[in-house]
Design a protein around this ligand. Structure first.
Ligand code: 13P
Length: 336
């Protein structure tokens, strides 16, 4: 077993998943302003530190993805944020892409940037304690998209990123996200997501990525958020498992889904059924941003000094996701 494989497994084994706390300052500002909290480096850290000091870090959360601002901050007690996370038994990670920008020669699609100078930035993050990284490629879906151009360029960037990350001794999280926006059916999402993932692995293999030392972070197979497609949660789970079984090479240690705009309960219930129907060798867990933080953020925004109360809500959400990652969740457990 290679070191990278060990790190990947440590992050996602035993019902553990990932807390994606890597919102850019722009996104975090939107999230904070939506609950009437001003967005400053201090307020962003105050909320995140509350989560990072929760009991669930290390117990249900095996890895925490940070943003550049946070990894360079110190906690209220003067500690490095990465040390604080490691001490709790979780592994600190870092988002290293610099965001999705307009893709030249495509009217509406995006290409994720951040390759220039990446090798040097990775060394700095490793020194700060990061042992895994994230890069998100994003795809819109309708009858014309994702285009071959978007799939080719984003897969190429994901693979170049992964090669540099493994060279630096860290595990790349590879996130090719097909967005939920639109009126497409779940079957459209299935066929397009399968194509996106297959193209991505073609490029990872071409660029000699060690597939045992990565974590794939895909979307679940869902109808678009403006679609009239009626589909049961059971079908969502079987289509999601089928997609991954057919398009992901067996060597990879595991899959950690993004929540992508699903509610906390939807993301938990879907993950639970995915695990009940998982007929693959892959671990299937969570790497949620919104679906782990939403209720905690709402409570915190009204009770900024109630650290314990905020942590209680976050711990419960993480526990429910962990149960779902083992196929042991039920709605009755939510209210216990
Ligand atoms: P969501 O779970 O809120 O989709 O965020 C996950 C993520 O890391 C997106 O890049």
């Amino acid at each position: 077993m290679t070191e990278l494989n060990k790190v990947a497994l440590k992050i996602i084994s035993d019902g553990k998943g990932i807390l994606a706390a890597d919102e850019s300052n722009g996104t975090m500002t939107k999230r904070l302003e939506a609950v009437n909290v001003g967005s400053t480096p201090e307020s962003r850290l105050a909320f995140r530190e509350t989560l990072f000091l929760s009991e669930s870090i290390g117990e249900y959360i095996g890895g925490v993805i940070l943003y550049d601002e946070t990894i360079n901050q110190r906690s209220s007690s003067g500690e490095l944020i990465t040390d604080m996370i490691s001490k709790s038994g979780a592994i600190p990670g870092i988002k290293v892409d610099t965001g999705a920008k307009t893709l030249a020669n495509s009217d509406e699609e995006k290409i994720t940037e951040g390759l220039d100078g990446l090798r040097e930035r990775l060394k700095k993050y490793y020194k700060l304690g990061a042992r895994f990284t994230k890069w998100r490629g994003v795809y819109i879906i309708n009858k014309n998209y994702p285009s071959k151009l978007a799939m080719h360029t984003n897969s190429h960037a994901l693979a170049r990123y992964s090669a540099l990350v493994q060279e630096c001794g860290m595990v790349p999280i590879i996130e090719p996200e097909v967005l939920m926006d639109g009126n497409h059916s779940a079957d459209d999402c299935l066929s397009k997501t399968s194509e996106v993932i297959k193209r991505c692995f073609d490029e990872l293999i071409l660029q000699k990525i060690d597939l045992t030392g990565i974590i794939l972070k895909p979307n679940m197979i869902l109808p678009g958020n403006n679609s009239s497609d009626q589909i049961s949660k059971e079908e969502i789970s079987t289509k999601t498992v089928k997609c991954l079984k057919d398009s992901v090479p067996n060597e990879i240690p595991g899959i950690a889904f993004l929540s992508g705009g699903q509610s906390e309960i939807e993301a938990t219930e879907n993950l639970n059924l995915i695990n009940k129907n998982n007929n693959t060798e892959f671990l299937m867990t969570y790497s949620y941003g919104r679906a782990l933080q939403q209720s905690a953020l709402k409570f915190w925004s009204k009770n900024i000094n109630d650290i314990k109360g905020t942590q209680k809500i976050f711990n419960n959400r993480a526990k429910m996701c962990s149960l779902a990652a083992q196929g042991k969740w039920s709605s009755e457990l939510e209210n216990k």
